[in-house]
Design a protein around this ligand. Structure first.
Ligand code: PHE
Length: 360
């Protein structure tokens, strides 16, 4: 039997391996050369009939050939495998920025939705968003806001106190978002124009109060800011939020230790046959507290009240959501009832764009 030399087999195999177009072709070559009935295996079997001398040299040469062919196959396997993976990645590519084709099952909670809507409106008025901690110290939650210890206003707040250090005022769960005013004024120089959405806590629970609820604080500090700016800002906001152009807005004199003068904002509404409608009508609904930042508060933050003035406001998110979307009961917001969320929740893509909510 005339046999091709091991070197010639290696050469032929290397050329074939280099030309293999895909992993299937490469596997066929492996079987052809190295498989149980492959070219090299057959030659190794034929060694049995060779002389001991031939057996030694040919045996060695065949083993060298086997190693050479398998490493050529391994190398080519690496290359082909990588391009197979790349081809698959290319063909199975998903554009995650595309809109989903199926309405997804999850719902956005009305609190999240309303915070987004309100943020969009104030962002269009040039406000930026600030956040502060939910566990506050006495200074930021009370004393810097012109509420000294023993001040009766502390009783207005049904505060949750935490365990603190001996001899120090106890830390609290913040009772309002107003401490973010203080943190902002201490950290940044005016002019300032911020809103601060977030959770707030009061030890109170009945039909219209939950121990945790959400507020959005607003703060504007600049030179020559007056009550007219406050009124314009709030009236524009109310119109944009409720999408009603002629909604009457009333500023009713009130008291907060951190603003002077202070006011509560009422919007006009009508209640006919149990149906509440925002807009001109006989009734009024209170929606927020506001006022001109008290000079003591500015001083507590290192701002000279003779140079800078400003206004602040604070509104309850759940209340705004109830009024806009006709949700009758506050406590249901936090029942985590999936049927409620399916009914009152929003499709994920309903989150308003910054401009459209304001342009409405
Ligand atoms: N912090 C007040 C409250 O929780 C609301 C408020 C904020 C009033 C800012 C005036 C100015 O009741």
């Amino acid at each position: 039997m005339t046999q091709t030399s091991p070197e010639a087999i290696v050469q032929e195999a290397q050329a074939a391996v280099a030309a293999a177009a895909d992993l299937t072709a490469l596997d066929a070559l492996r079987v052809h050369y190295l498989g149980k009935k492959g070219v090299l295996t057959e030659q190794l079997k034929s060694l049995g009939s060779a002389t001991p001398e031939e057996r030694k040299t040919l045996g060695q040469a065949l083993n060298v050939a086997k190693d050479a062919i398998s490493s050529a196959i391994d190398a080519r396997h690496g290359v082909l495998n990588l391009s197979a993976i790349n081809a698959r990645l290319e063909s199975e590519r998903v554009d995650v920025t595309l809109a989903p084709r199926h309405e997804s099952v999850g719902r956005i909670h009305p609190v999240t939705q309303v915070i987004e809507e309100i943020t969009a409106i104030f962002a269009a008025q040039g406000f930026s968003v600030k956040q502060g901690p939910e566990i506050e110290d006495d200074f930021h939650n009370f004393s810097a806001l012109n509420i000294p210890p023993e001040h009766p206003a502390r009783q207005m707040h049904d505060t949750f106190y935490l365990v603190g250090e001996e001899g120090q005022p106890k830390p609290v769960l913040r009772t309002h978002t107003s401490p973010v005013q203080i943190r902002t004024m201490v950290a940044q120089k005016p002019p300032l124009r911020i809103i601060a959405p977030g959770s707030t806590f009061r030890c109170d629970s009945d039909l219209t109060h939950t121990p945790m609820f959400h507020q959005i604080e607003g703060l504007v500090i600049d030179k020559a800011i007056h009550m007219g700016h406050l009124k314009g800002c709030i009236i524009d906001f109310v119109k944009a939020f409720f999408g009603v152009d002629d909604v009457p807005v009333r500023f009713r004199s009130s008291f907060f230790p951190f603003t002077e003068p202070s006011a509560e904002v009422d919007i006009g509404c009508s209640r006919e046959k149990g149906e509440l409608k925002i807009g001109a009508g006989k009734d009024w609904l209170e929606i927020m507290g506001c006022g001109m930042v008290h000079p003591n508060v500015l001083r507590n933050c290192g701002i000279d009240p003779d140079e800078y003035q400003g206004f602040a406001f604070g509104l309850g998110v759940e209340r705004m959501a109830m009024l806009k979307y006709g949700i009758p009961d506050l406590r249901t917001f936090f029942d985590a009832d999936i049927r409620w969320l399916q009914h009152y929740g929003f499709a994920p893509l309903d989150i308003p764009a910054l401009v459209s909510a304001y342009a409405k």
